[in-house]
Design a binder for this molecule. Structure first.
Ligand SMILES: [Zn+2]
Length: 208
């Protein structure tokens, strides 16, 4: 079976569950509009699909951005095209989500490209968002093996994204007002653990 046929079969099961049953979930979401509580910024990596790793997510619950290495660029008002920034603006200004979760992970190909200096036409410049995290890791983990440096960079890059979130005016205002909370969660694929960043300790602690 072609993979696209498998996808279409999956949609048929979804349709039976939501449109050919007594479920009014989607009709309600269409009528009332979406009101997600959380904006999640996750990596495009196929192994960390949030709807699979957060087991009981419902439709309408999460406003999702996925990009290479779950990065947040700084707020820039130039004439370039800012897909991730547009999604942040929509989620924070219009939908007024209560949380932003940056969800990183181990074995991230984008982070490996940043550390090794690989990367194509678009990946290289995009990963440069976290260049300062790379410098920090190279200082603090000088002499460590490449894998150790990459694991450290996966986490350090997320703290750059947290800082960059605060360059968006409305994000900063809402954080200061206490109506928006920022989180950075790291999924370790080897251990199956989820870690959360604690600003006071400048370190990650086990969440689940
Ligand atoms: Zn990744």
């Amino acid at each position: 079976m072609r993979h696209t046929d498998k996808l279409i079969q999956g949609f048929s099961r979804f349709r039976r569950q939501y449109y050919e049953s007594d479920s009014h979930v989607i009709q309600d979401l269409v009528r009332k509009g979406q009101a997600p509580q959380t904006l999640m910024i996750a990596c495009s990596d196929s192994r960390v699909t949030p709807s699979a790793t957060f087991d009981d997510l419902s439709l309408g619950e999460i406003f999702m951005v996925r990009n290479v290495a779950n990065l947040v660029p700084p707020s820039e008002t130039d004439h370039h095209l800012h897909g991730t920034s547009a999604a942040i603006e929509f989620a924070v200004d219009i939908l007024e989500v209560e949380n932003i979760v940056i969800k990183g992970h181990s074995h991230c190909g984008g982070i490996r490209a940043l550390m090794t200096g690989e990367g194509g036409t678009f990946i290289g410049p995009w990963m440069n968002i976290a260049a300062q995290a790379r410098e920090k890791v190279l200082r603090e983990y000088a002499g460590a093996d490449l894998v150790t440096q990459i694991r450290a960079l996966e986490r350090a890059a997320m703290t750059v994204s947290l800082k960059n979130l605060l360059t968006f005016t409305r994000v900063r205002e809402r954080v200061e007002q206490g109506t928006l909370r920022l989180h950075a969660w790291y999924f370790d694929l080897d251990e199956g653990h989820l870690y959360g960043y604690e600003e006071e300790r400048d370190d990650f602690r086990l969440l689940a």
